[in-house]
Design a protein. Structure first.
Length: 192
């Protein structure tokens, strides 16, 4: 039976950006017809924690995926990075957002607002060539989205598992290797 996987990417947020590498990766993946999974793409999410998380949660409820892979651009990194955890600190530090509109009261009042993926990252990365495990999701929309999706899955008691992958800038030298590693991550995730 095919696993249903939701894959998300962000839009650009600076005027000089031509594209977002997370979306570039998913667009390359979408062109491949030979993947044995039911892939559902949510491209170019707004670079806004509240709006992005709202879109993803709506999609979770609509398609009920087995797995979610949220992706974001990381210009300072040189290889794919799979994030282990997310903190609400990144959400709370974004001044334009009212945290009580996003975080459930129970989450805001908890002593430690850190959530960790339930995916075994070590097993997930078996066979990959150049993927790192990261504990720093970035304190921007990436961490905000990851935290809110993990929190929603936990609060709703859904069995859906979620990871976040940071994608460096893709170029002719690195794109084939990153696409291959990303496909391996998808395949490994579907087997967990």
């Amino acid at each position: 039976m095919q696993k249903k996987i939701l894959l998300t990417s962000f839009d650009i947020w600076l005027s000089q950006q031509e594209s977002n590498s997370s979306d570039d990766l998913l667009l390359a993946l979408a062109k491949m017809a030979s993947l044995p999974h039911d892939l559902n793409f949510l491209h170019r999410l707004p670079v806004d924690v509240q709006l992005a998380s709202s879109h993803v949660i709506t999609e979770i409820n609509d398609i009920q995926p087995d797995y979610i892979i949220c992706c974001g651009m990381a210009t300072s990194r040189s290889q794919l990075s799979v994030e282990v955890l997310a903190s609400s600190a990144g959400i709370l530090s974004i001044e334009s957002i009212n945290s009580t509109d996003i975080l459930p009261e129970k989450s805001i009042n908890s002593p430690e607002n850190i959530l960790q993926t339930t995916v075994d990252i070590e097993k997930l990365l078996v066979g990959t060539a150049a993927v790192e495990i990261s504990y720093d999701c970035g304190k921007f929309v990436c961490e905000g989205l990851y935290y809110l999706v993990l929190d929603y899955l936990h609060q709703s008691q859904l069995s859906t598992q979620c990871i976040f992958v940071h994608v460096p800038i893709l170029n002719p030298e690195n794109s084939m290797g990153m696409i291959a590693d990303f496909i391996l991550i998808i395949n490994n995730l579907a087997l967990l």
